[in-house]
Design a binder for this molecule. Sequence first.
Ligand code: SAM
Length: 329
Amino acid sequence: MLLSDKFGRPITDLRIAITDHCNYKCVYCRTGNQGALYGDLPFADYLRMARVLVGMGIRKIRITGGEPLLRKGVVEFVRDVAKVRCRDHAPLDIALTTNGHLLAELAQPLKDAGLNRITVSMDAVDPDRFARITRVPTGFDNVLAGIRAARGAGLWPMKVNCVLMRGFNEDQIIPFGMFAREEGVIVRFIEFMPLEEDRVWAPSTVVTLDEILRRMAEYRPLVEIPHERSETARRYRFDDGIGEIGIIAPVSHPFCGHCSRIRITSDGKIRTCLFSVWDHDLHELMRRGALDEQLEDFIRGVVQRKEERHHIGEPDFVPASRTMVHIGG
Ligand code: SAM
């Protein structure tokens, strides 16, 4: 039976964090003085988890972290994941999320290994602002080179994700619209969620979907593109057909009702929601010698407990037990 939760949501999308380390210290994500908190596993263990989950109905795997390109062996891991087939023998859809710092050299090898798509996180198109947000002085040129190398390698369509945080980068909205048009990439704005180490989130720090649309319209009119209900981003084209942007609005327009995801952390725990207050130790079971069928039973039980929705901004909101960098976005 295909994997689904008690609300009838099919679970088809798996994110695997392959390291808890990151070489950036983005202000909306990390404190700047706290490093990795959790270990990582041999790739063979992630591969077994992936294989078992694909056998249960997963069709998409996104490799993330921490910063996944820091992990030696990531190209070989992609090659091994690409050999796994869905239940109907179709190839998996394999994607990777990266800050792009090390991408320029790895884009072509990743594509050759079987990676289908890549998302680069980039929170400013102005190099000084970029340095202020990432707290890495020389990163901007690397990331731009990484984006161009990925596009050149045919990792297409190329998505660039920007988290907007009031006071830091909301003035980058229009420059990002121009960037999308000039670089031929899909720029997606993400509403800031309370998943940061510093606990600085407040409703007023969120730049919402409506505000992004209003500001972008001052530059050029946007036309909405119909999107699948299961898609997290609302999609828009500029009126002349050049350039696409997307907005992921989990705070102002939650999409939990269509959530098809589960995550595996770098240390092998399953998380059923970004905002989970507990996680489930799949790796411990493997270490104790569980058979694949036992892993499947465990996974089914865990998925049954997937949260119905998040409670961001509500009085009963309880912060997640891990912050974004230690989960894998
Ligand atoms: N290092 C990789 C990267 O930079 O894309 C992968 C891990 S990073 C944690 C994944 C994504 O989460 C990035 O796009 C990042 O901008 C986003 N992110 C981190 N903290 C966030 C927050 N509090 N709200 C919304 N998105 C966040």
